[in-house]
Design a protein around this ligand. Structure first.
Ligand code: HEC
Ligand code: HEC
Ligand code: HEC
Ligand code: HEC
Ligand code: HEC
Ligand code: HEC
Ligand code: HEC
Ligand code: HEC
Ligand code: HEC
Ligand code: HEC
Length: 349
């Protein structure tokens, strides 16, 4: 190897060692200075303390499963972080629970502990609304049809809903926390409902709606994954909606337009009953006629357009057949919701 190359080689080794050394110093310096940055020590310990506090520590020895499952639920999780009055601690909903915890034994309950589940609906609701009255979805609860029907939040919600798991919930206490959380989050209904789905919750009272699920034409169909695509709460707000019948919008048509926007128009040729109310021809839930219609097409149209036979006798030889076959009147009047075609006065195109 030539002398020149050897020297440059030696030089580059020296520079490399030097570079490594400087880097090492920098790393040490970085950690030395980085440490004090971040949350102040006292805030850090406060945060870990909050996470370690078990909501209902004093209740655990006698209500072990309730306390353990509560920690994994929305209320329990929020109580860990919310220090203000929105933190849902046991005593917020259960009056006198301190005295009860001190005086009770494992088998006898003492101290007259409050239980919203045993209160009248007005009082039970009050125990929930102390925090939830300001939720956007609850603005119209008071005075809504459900409120006026003497129902309570507990008609549809179950705070300790882990009980829904039936006998299986007894084993939850022995399940590792991660797995238990998994069960609570996936096996139990969302929003702490009393049934396993929104629909089942509603049907427990509105049994007359169950048939809609099985009708020839229905809004209440499921996807391949068996999820509801359109469910009760797509159109209704169970806490009291804006419009009549607790609808989520002020008018029926506005509710329908949220998904069927193309029916909103404006159209060059309007069909008055469509503008007025979709329910002039459709039932919102389910129907034994196609397309959710309230009657077979020709009968439906002739509720308003009487004496159509003479007017149509020239269009075909046998008007009766063309009226009832296939899509009926819609065979020719296909744009019943309105037309933008210059020649669409009779909704033929
Ligand atoms: C020393 C045991 C013990 C402790 C501690 C205890 N409880 Fe109880 N509690 C009982 C017994 C026994 C009952 C009656 C049987 C049952 O419902 O499980 C009961 C019942 C209840 C009920 C239902 C009352 C009713 O009338 O339906 C509530 C609510 C309750 N406890 C809340 C609490 C809360 C909150 C705490 C903690 C602050 C607590 N308990 C601590 C023993 C205890
Ligand atoms: C947000 C309000 C709320 C909070 C917070 C709450 N509970 Fe309850 N609790 C209820 C309601 C409502 C019932 C009545 C039945 C139901 O909805 O599950 C109930 C029922 C109970 C019962 C009676 C169980 C039975 O079998 O009927 C016990 C025991 C109880 N709660 C203990 C606790 C303990 C312990 C805590 C704290 C870890 C707690 N609760 C926190 C609302 C609450
Ligand atoms: C101390 C305050 C407080 C009380 C009392 C309270 N909640 Fe809550 N609740 C919360 C907070 C905080 C949340 C979580 C954030 C949110 O959704 O607003 C919550 C969430 C919920 C949820 C949504 C759960 C989810 O998984 O999204 C339901 C349902 C609910 N509460 C029902 C009730 C019912 C029923 C009562 C009365 C028995 C009640 N709450 C009483 C504070 C409270
Ligand atoms: C008629 C049944 C019913 C009643 C009564 C009812 N809820 Fe609900 N609640 C529901 C349903 C269903 C949902 C889920 C909505 C969704 O996910 O589409 C829900 C959701 C919630 C949520 C989660 C936030 C939200 O709006 O999605 C809270 C909080 C809540 N309810 C609190 C309450 C309180 C407080 C009361 C009593 C004042 C109450 N509910 C009464 C059926 C009811
Ligand atoms: C605990 C029973 C119960 C449950 C559960 C229940 N409802 Fe109701 N609902 C009622 C009662 C009672 C009325 C009033 C009936 C009447 O006056 O004709 C009512 C009325 C209604 C109305 C008509 C409102 C009006 O202005 O006429 C709608 C819409 C409705 N409920 C939707 C729902 C939905 C959606 C759910 C599920 C999230 C649900 N309900 C769950 C009892 C219940
Ligand atoms: C596509 C929207 C839509 C869906 C989804 C829907 N509804 Fe309705 N529902 C309506 C409309 C619109 C009305 C109003 C009917 C009227 O004004 O006469 C209504 C009326 C009602 C009424 C009042 C009584 C009646 O039959 O007129 C009840 C109760 C009701 N719905 C319950 C439910 C339940 C329970 C579900 C879920 C199984 C559900 N609805 C799903 C749109 C819907
Ligand atoms: C949450 C969204 C949503 C709302 C709100 C809604 N729909 Fe639908 N609607 C659908 C979906 C999704 C379908 C199925 C479309 C498909 O099969 O291509 C459907 C289908 C229909 C059908 C055809 C049914 C059939 O058997 O082919 C009619 C008619 C209909 N909706 C009318 C209405 C009316 C009237 C309203 C208002 C009361 C309304 N929809 C509100 C989502 C909605
Ligand atoms: C005058 C009666 C009438 C009124 C009012 C009416 N429809 Fe229809 N609708 C029909 C008929 C008839 C069909 C079936 C058409 C066919 O077979 O091609 C239909 C079909 C539908 C369909 C399924 C096929 C399609 O065109 O997408 C939807 C969605 C629908 N209507 C939504 C609505 C909405 C939303 C409203 C309110 C804005 C409404 N309808 C008002 C008569 C009506
Ligand atoms: C609730 C009553 C009602 C129902 C149901 C109804 N229509 Fe109409 N229809 C009207 C009204 C009102 C007009 C406007 C009449 C006018 O301008 O002279 C109209 C106009 C029409 C026109 C245009 C007539 C013209 O001279 O401009 C046609 C075509 C038509 N409707 C077809 C139908 C068909 C097809 C159906 C069934 C799918 C139907 N209608 C259902 C009330 C109804
Ligand atoms: C075979 C096609 C066909 C069928 C089916 C059909 N129509 Fe027509 N209809 C027509 C034609 C074509 C016209 C005349 C259109 C024009 O003048 O632009 C018409 C006109 C009308 C008019 C407007 C009458 C006027 O005074 O201007 C109404 C309303 C109407 N039809 C309602 C119905 C009803 C209701 C049914 C079902 C019971 C129906 N049509 C079935 C083809 C049909």
């Amino acid at each position: 190897m030539p002398e020149q190359d050897k020297r440059t080689n030696a030089l580059s080794i020296v520079t490399r060692i030097a570079a490594l050394f400087i880097m090492a110093v920098l790393v040490v310096l970085f950690f030395a200075f980085a440490k004090p940055v971040g949350p102040p020590a006292e805030a850090q310990t406060a945060a870990t303390a909050a996470q370690q506090t078990v909501v209902g520590k004093d209740c655990q020895q006698c209500h072990r499963i309730i306390v353990q499952s509560f920690a994994l639920d929305t209320h329990g999780k929020s109580a860990k972080f919310l220090k203000d009055s929105r933190g849902a601690k046991c005593e917020v909903c259960h009056a006198n629970s301190d005295k009860h915890a001190e005086t009770s034994t494992k088998t006898t309950s003492k101290g007259d502990v409050g239980n919203p589940g045993k209160l009248g609906s007005a009082e039970a609701n009050q125990s929930c609304l102390q925090c939830h009255a300001m939720d956007r979805t609850h603005f119209s609860w008071r005075g809504g049809k459900h409120d006026r029907s003497d129902m309570s939040c507990l008609s549809c919600h179950n705070v300790h809903h882990v009980k829904l798991l039936g006998r299986a919930w007894a084993h939850l206490a022995d399940t590792p926390e991660r797995e238990a959380a998994e069960i609570i989050n996936t096996k139990l209904p969302e929003k702490m409902l009393t049934s396993f789905s929104v629909e089942e919750t509603c049907l427990s009272c509105h049994i007359e709606r169950r048939k809609d699920f099985f009708q020839r034409s229905t809004h209440l169909f499921r996807t391949e994954l068996r999820n509801m695509k359109v469910g009760c709460t797509s159109c209704h707000n169970p806490h009291g909606g804006e419009g009549g019948k607790m609808l989520v919008d002020l008018t029926v048509n506005n509710v329908c337009y949220t998904c069927h926007a193309e029916k909103r128009g404006p159209f060059l040729w309007e069909h008055p009953p469509v503008r007025e109310n979709c329910l002039n021809c459709h039932s919102p839930h389910g129907s034994s006629n196609p397309k959710l219609l309230t009657a077979r097409v020709h009968l439906l149209c002739q509720q308003c357009h009487i004496h159509m036979l003479p007017r149509h006798s020239t269009t075909a030889g046998k008007p009766l057949d063309i009226f009832s076959i296939n899509r009926g009147c819609a065979n020719c009047h296909g744009q019943v919701h309105g037309s933008n075609h210059p020649g669409g006065r009779t909704f033929g195109r």
